[in-house]
Design a protein around this ligand. Structure first.
Ligand SMILES: Cc1ncc(COP(=O)(O)O)c(C=O)c1O
Length: 398
């Protein structure tokens, strides 16, 4: 089917397997059957409307970090009461919108932000449900750019301040404290750091309860890792059983905000080799997709699996760099890979491109956005058209 899609829609193109997305949602839900929980799909991983609507049909809520994501969550069919609004830099107008639509919780990350929420709730003569994001000061074993839980990070507030903000929210007539959250990073395999963070959050939870604040949601963020290059799977059952036990003891709803785990494995980026160059020790294959479509290799040195959809029988294997067409030395899709030596016209499927791929795309080098396709129930359809070059000029004035 991937060859047919590339033939019909051209490359580059992102293809998502909607059935596989549904299956992953069901797997997570099945692991949580005995736990009072709410899964808030982290839209930042993949905010395509068609994917959001699959999540909504499966009964998921959403974790959003901007008014744009909030709008998309609602448009995709997710109920406002199932939306948590995270993010370290929410603007006043975004906070106002979240209060107006009635999100489940605005998770604040500073005293100044709590002031703005209180002012906006007052202006709307309503009560805003708030949470506080704790910075638990733990170091997740992941890339430094996606670790968010240490005290030096910009995210969340330390335990004492989390306590103070929740107690203060309880006193404010326009605020209702409902949640305590943390998110220590992404692409995590060892859940022990998440458990450590949960223990710190439990301390804050019990302290605020002693001060008369009855929270409802214990929000552990996302971060579940996926095996990009065939490494081990994240141990869902250990994760769920430990956190489920804790939230049952606290009488809390366990809120999870997974993004990558749900969507990374169900997406593929299709690209064609335009040209090849042989340099000492390797072949460089210049593809029609690059850092503008898949930034993760340039940004984090991330690795994605490649498979050839062109017949490579009889080809020699050798060291290959797959690079993009963008005028940057950091524009690569994968380096130092042992692959059949690519030739112009080869069609290559880049796996695990369902998360943090299209959402991080840019128009650098004036490259228009590429299309997305949803494959479902044996068929497929375009869910985002390829932008025409002229669209790049739509909002510009000479
Ligand atoms: C607050 C918050 N929740 C959830 C996520 C989703 O993380 P992941 O895609 O690793 O599950 C992120 C990612 O940055 C986040 O910042």
């Amino acid at each position: 089917m991937l060859q047919a899609i590339a033939g019909a829609v051209d490359t580059p193109v992102y293809v998502y397997d909607g059935d596989a997305f549904d299956e992953r949602i069901e797997r997570l839900q099945a692991a949580l059957t005995d736990v009072d929980h709410l899964i808030c799909y982290a839209l930042k991983a993949n905010d395509s409307l068609a994917m959001i609507s699959i999540a909504a049909h499966a009964g998921l809520g959403a974790d959003v970090v901007s008014s744009g994501e909030l709008l998309k969550a609602l448009r995709g069919g997710i109920l406002p009461a199932d939306v948590v609004f995270s993010g370290v830099g929410k603007r006043r107008d975004e906070i106002a919108m979240a209060i107006e639509v009635g999100v489940q919780s605005l998770n604040v990350e500073s005293a100044q932000e709590l002031d703005v929420v209180a002012e906006e709730a007052d202006a709307q003569r309503t009560v805003a449900r708030v949470g506080v994001r704790l910075n638990p000061d733990v170091s997740a074993d992941t890339h430094e750019y996606i670790a968010t839980g240490s005290s030096a990070a910009k995210f969340g507030v330390p335990p004492q301040e989390a306590y103070e903000l929740l107690v203060r929210a309880q006193r404010e007539p326009n605020l209702e404290p409902v949640s305590l959250s943390f998110h220590i990073g992404s692409q995590i395999f060892d859940p022990s750091t998440i458990f450590e963070a949960a223990e710190r959050a439990e301390g804050v939870w019990r302290d605020v309860r002693a001060a008369g604040v009855e929270l409802r949601e214990f929000d552990v963020g996302g971060g579940l890792g996926v095996p990009y290059m065939g490494a081990e799977e994240f141990d869902l059952s250990a994760y769920v059983s430990q956190l489920g036990k804790l939230t049952a003891e606290l009488g809390a709803t366990l809120v999870l905000e997974p993004g990558r785990w749900l969507v990374a494995p169900v997406g593929t980026l299709l690209t064609r080799v335009l040209y090849t160059k042989d340099v000492p020790g390797r072949r460089i294959a210049i593809c029609d997709a690059g850092m503008t479509e898949l930034l993760r290799p340039a940004l984090y040195g991330a690795e994605h699996p490649f498979s050839f959809l062109t017949d490579t029988a009889g080809r020699q294997t050798g060291l290959v760099d797959l690079v993009g067409p963008v005028c940057e030395a950091s524009d690569f899709l994968g380096k130092d890979r042992q692959l059949p030596l690519p030739e112009p016209g080869d069609l290559i499927a880049i796996g695990f491109a369902g998360a943090y791929a299209r959402v991080m795309a840019s128009q650098y080098n004036a490259r228009p956005p590429v299309p997305e396709v949803l494959a479902e129930a044996g068929g497929w359809r375009v869910i985002r058209e390829r932008a025409i070059i002229d669209s790049l000029l739509d909002t510009e004035r000479a």
